[in-house]
Design a binder for this molecule. Structure first.
Ligand SMILES: [Zn+2]
Length: 226
């Protein structure tokens, strides 16, 4: 039943996404021929180090579960960077579909999907929020509504180059829950592109639980090391 369900889900997802982005059948990374996976050829697929485990981050006696699609290494890093800096939205489809499969594989039931927000300045500069795009694809595949729940109220320094403690300090107080969110007792999936220390998504989750949600599960495309 599990595999069948995933196949059906994948089929529906593919049909919907093909309307938006016609797929040529070429590997999204090397342009080689794809057989089973409509995004990656077997050679590129085999280079990806998928995460097999669930992660947890504990801080101040609070703990959240993290699911990450793959370690930030060859293949995944290219897709994340192309999505983030080159406006390559097909990468959001490729990553988002695989992230949705991870939710199905782990039998996770969710009511709403939300995402790590960007500041208004950052949105103006880039023109889009890559985490929101990933959430949108995941929502389309899983047939779960994507909602905007948070605002980024503080411009933060790029986390790159900061150590763990500095990252937590840098991000602290940066996110705020929107008012009148009707998410009480709901299971929320929080989406981001990359997890490093988990500080960003942890701070977002801390805002979400102010709405007395049932739980927050965090999902990212990649898991990076400091
Ligand atoms: Zn390839």
């Amino acid at each position: 039943m599990g595999n069948e369900f995933i196949s059906v889900l994948k089929y529906i997802g593919n049909c919907m996404l093909q309307v938006v982005y016609p797929v040529s059948g070429d590997c999204i990374i090397c342009k080689g021929y794809t057989v089973d996976d409509r995004w990656l050829c077997s050679s590129c697929e085999n280079k990806i180090k998928y995460c097999q485990e669930r992660f947890e981050v504990t801080k101040n006696n609070k703990r959240y579960s993290y699911y990450c699609l793959a370690y930030y290494s060859k293949g995944i890093s290219e897709l994340v960077l192309r999505l983030k800096y080159k406006s390559d939205f097909a990468c959001a489809n490729a990553l988002g579909e695989k992230m949705a499969e991870l939710i199905v594989k782990n039998n996770l039931v969710i009511d709403f999907i939300t995402f790590v927000p960007a500041t208004k300045q950052s949105l103006m500069k880039r023109g889009y929020n890559q985490s929101q795009l990933l959430a949108k694809v995941i929502g389309e595949v899983l047939k779960v509504k994507v909602i905007s729940t948070l605002d980024k109220i503080k411009e933060t320094k790029d986390q790159i180059g900061l150590n763990e403690e500095m990252r937590w300090q840098n991000i602290s107080g940066s996110y705020k829950l929107r008012s009148d969110m009707k998410i009480k007792n709901k299971k929320i999936l929080l989406v981001d592109d990359v997890m490093t220390t988990g500080a960003t998504t942890f701070c977002c989750a801390e805002e979400l639980i102010k709405s007395e949600v049932n739980c927050v599960i965090i999902l990212t495309a990649a898991k990076s090391k400091l």
